[in-house]
Write a protein that binds this ligand. Structure first.
Ligand code: MG
Ligand code: MG
Length: 284
């Protein structure tokens, strides 16, 4: 029997999403700390799985049909869905890690990108760090927008606007990937509605109490064309351009917004934007 997902959750349901979000954040923090030259993406996967299972939760990526890992690890020109394996992380690599945890049937989903230090190539590192930074900052703008916009697709317009306003240092335009979007999240990791990272004609559903969405901009240093490799998972830029990916799961509740996959609810990321996240109130 199909499980009909609801876009708007009750306060009690949103509260149940807090802990899987926190566990997702802990797993990503542990992976981030382990990203050094010489580590393999499979070793990073094991770290994330241990954190999630030690917390009594389950890696929800393993619940996706055909996927056996806890994280996706996408390196350099890989945009998303890179499969952990023997690949050895090198200085200067852009490493994008996507991960999620399920606890008591509720899900978290989050991702970050980071550039591995490479003292021998400061210009390359600076260029890649800017790609990563603009991607992350576009995410925080999109999250902040949720606190005020009336319709969901305004979030994508805010993300695109920020990215357009912060071009590459060589003056060129970034590429915002359109082949993949963010999504609602709840009992399933992927639910309606889609969350676009770019302007679309439709206004989308109302942003109101109960909405829980994963916002996840994917940016490249130019192209928006992607191809999926023969492993049926790994998505790469068609021309080898570098890519970055950031994601958070966010709840809209009666008190405001709360970033479920940030241990501080998003306070540090949102502070420069004048938005203060509010914890989801206890329900009786
Ligand atoms: Mg994700
Ligand atoms: Mg997602």
């Amino acid at each position: 029997m199909a499980f009909r997902s609801r876009i708007y959750k009750t306060a009690a349901e949103l509260q149940l999403m807090v802990q899987p979000g926190v566990i997702t954040a802990a797993a990503l923090d542990a992976v981030r700390a382990a990203i050094v030259p010489g580590v393999t993406t499979l070793e990073l996967d094991a770290i994330a799985e241990r954190v999630i299972r030690d917390a009594g939760a389950e890696p929800n990526f393993q619940l996706v049909p055909g996927y056996r890992h806890t994280i996706c690890a996408s390196v350099n020109e890989e945009v998303v869905h890179g499969i952990p394996g023997p690949r050895v992380i090198q200085p200067g690599d852009i490493v994008s890690i996507d991960c999620g945890a399920q606890l008591d049937g509720w899900n978290g989903d989050s991702a970050f990108s980071v550039v591995v230090p490479d003292p021998a190539r400061p210009a390359l590192v600076a260029e890649r760090e800017r790609l990563v930074d603009v991607t992350e900052q576009s995410l925080w703008r999109g999250i902040a927008a949720l606190a005020t916009v009336k319709r969901l697709n305004a979030v994508g317009a805010v993300i695109e606007q920020y990215i357009e306003s912060n071009p590459r240092t060589d003056g060129g335009e970034w590429g915002i990937i359109e082949d993949y979007t963010g999504h609602g999240i709840g009992r399933s990791m992927h639910e309606d509605p889609p969350v676009f990272n770019y302007r679309v004609r439709e206004k989308g559903p109302e942003v109101k109490v109960g909405l829980a969405v994963a916002i996840e901009p994917m940016l490249t240093a130019g192209t928006i064309d992607t191809v999926t490799l023969a492993d049926d998972w790994t998505v790469v830029t068609e021309d080898g351009t570098m890519a970055a990916h950031w994601e958070h799961s966010v709840a809209v509740h009666a008190g405001g917004i709360w970033v479920l996959t940030a241990t501080d609810g998003g306070a540090s990321g949102l502070a420069p934007l004048g938005v203060t996240p509010v914890p989801i109130a206890a329900t009786v």
